[in-house]
Design a protein around this ligand. Structure first.
Ligand code: AP5
Length: 330
């Protein structure tokens, strides 16, 4: 009985308190604030009850500090637990409401090989909590796993050519149905042909959605070779490093100033890094040809919708990140 009463009281308290905070102090984390106040209130309640008990015991010269502390702790735990339980329910309901009535944020990172898509994508993920979907990473996984798709893609990728539209459209259409895409997603390396862009639009139209932002990195072609040929990558996360511009912490150089491969390790996991087989000057020239010939026209396809934002990707990584985060707000 008393547990039910406490839960009802706590739920009502949390609801009132959360909405009061939300309207009077936007930006304050209502969940934390409500829980804190509930905890303090419950602890005070517990202390009050315990002190009443103690008063009567004191009259009999029988004070018990352990009981006093236990009552306070119990009250605090009860208040915090009930409030937390209630707020979690509210958050779940809010998430469901959003997925029903709000469109997903569908972004595209656009740019030549080495423009910085793989470097800047994780910063957007960190800021917005949206997953970065790289068709290049997915295809490399398929190649490594030796799946039928991987077998078809391997030679094409190594030479710097484009994998067929059917394959990549199939991969992406399945991937964007997954739970982690419920609030939106960041496309990296897709679409790469006008056909892929049209197929994506068609896919999104079925659910009343459309691409909301195309972030296009402008980078002078002359610096791309140095970026691509100096890149090292971490397989499972897709994190990319550069021997000069973004070296891993463990990197050591030999007498000729070249990185010692055994020291190229991921900062976060300590796992070995690798160099992509298509990160060569020869493959790059083919990749650039297909980028300028086949991929760039996609910008004209999306420009009339007013969703293309250009970012100068030729500056330092930090400067580009600042522009990327600023472009998200516009
Ligand atoms: P994919 O993996 O998508 O490669 P890409 O498009 O060629 O792009 P990159 O990953 O090379 O460049 P990035 O812009 O991510 O550069 P990064 O940030 O790492 O595709 C690979 C292949 O898969 C394709 O060739 C194709 O065969 C196939 N494929 C994929 N998608 C396909 C599709 N939709 N259709 C058909 N085929 C498809 O940066 C590069 C380096 O520069 C890093 O070392 C980084 O540290 C450094 N760097 C980055 N920014 C800066 C900066 N501002 N200053 C200094 N250094 C920097």
């Amino acid at each position: 009985m008393w547990q039910q009463g406490a839960r009802r009281f706590s739920a009502r308290f949390c609801r009132r308190f959360s909405s009061t905070i939300a309207t009077s102090a936007p930006g304050v984390n209502t969940r934390v604030a409500a829980t804190t106040v509930a905890t303090v209130s419950a602890a005070s309640g517990g202390l009050w009850l315990a002190s009443r008990q103690q008063e009567s015991k004191s009259a009999r010269c029988d004070a018990d500090p352990v009981a006093l502390g236990a009552a306070a702790l119990g009250g605090a735990a009860l208040g915090a637990g009930a409030c937390w339980y209630h707020l979690n329910g509210q958050i779940k309901a809010e998430k469901e409401r959003r997925s029903k009535y709000w469109p997903r944020k569908i972004m595209m990172l656009f740019g030549a090989p080495g423009a910085g898509k793989g470097t800047q994508g994780p910063k957007i993920t960190e800021e917005l909590g949206l997953p970065q979907l790289s068709t290049g990473d997915m295809l490399r996984e398929a190649v490594a796993a030796g799946t039928p798709v991987g077998k078809q893609a391997k030679a094409v990728m190594e030479s710097g050519g484009l994998v067929s539209d059917d394959i990549v459209i199939g991969i992406i259409s399945e991937r964007i149905k997954q739970d982690d895409c419920s609030d939106g997603f960041i496309l990296d390396g897709f679409p790469r042909t006008l056909e892929q862009a049209k197929a994506l639009d068609k896919l999104l139209t079925v659910s009343g959605e459309s691409v909301s932002l195309v972030m296009a990195f402008d980078v002078d072609g002359s610096i791309l070779e140095e970026r691509i040929c100096g890149r090292w990558m971490h397989k499972s996360s897709g994190r990319s490093y550069h021997v000069k511009y973004a070296p891993p912490r463990a990197m050591k150089l030999d007498a000729n100033g070249k990185p010692i491969p055994s020291t190229m390790k991921d900062d976060q996991t300590g796992e070995p890094l690798f160099q992509r087989s298509d990160d060569t000057a020869e493959a790059l020239s083919k990749r650039l040809k297909s980028y300028y010939g086949t991929t760039v026209p996609i910008l004209d396809h999306y420009a009339p919708h007013g969703i293309v934002k250009k970012v100068d990707g030729g500056r330092s990584i930090g400067e580009v990140t600042n522009s990327v985060l600023a472009a998200l707000k516009m």
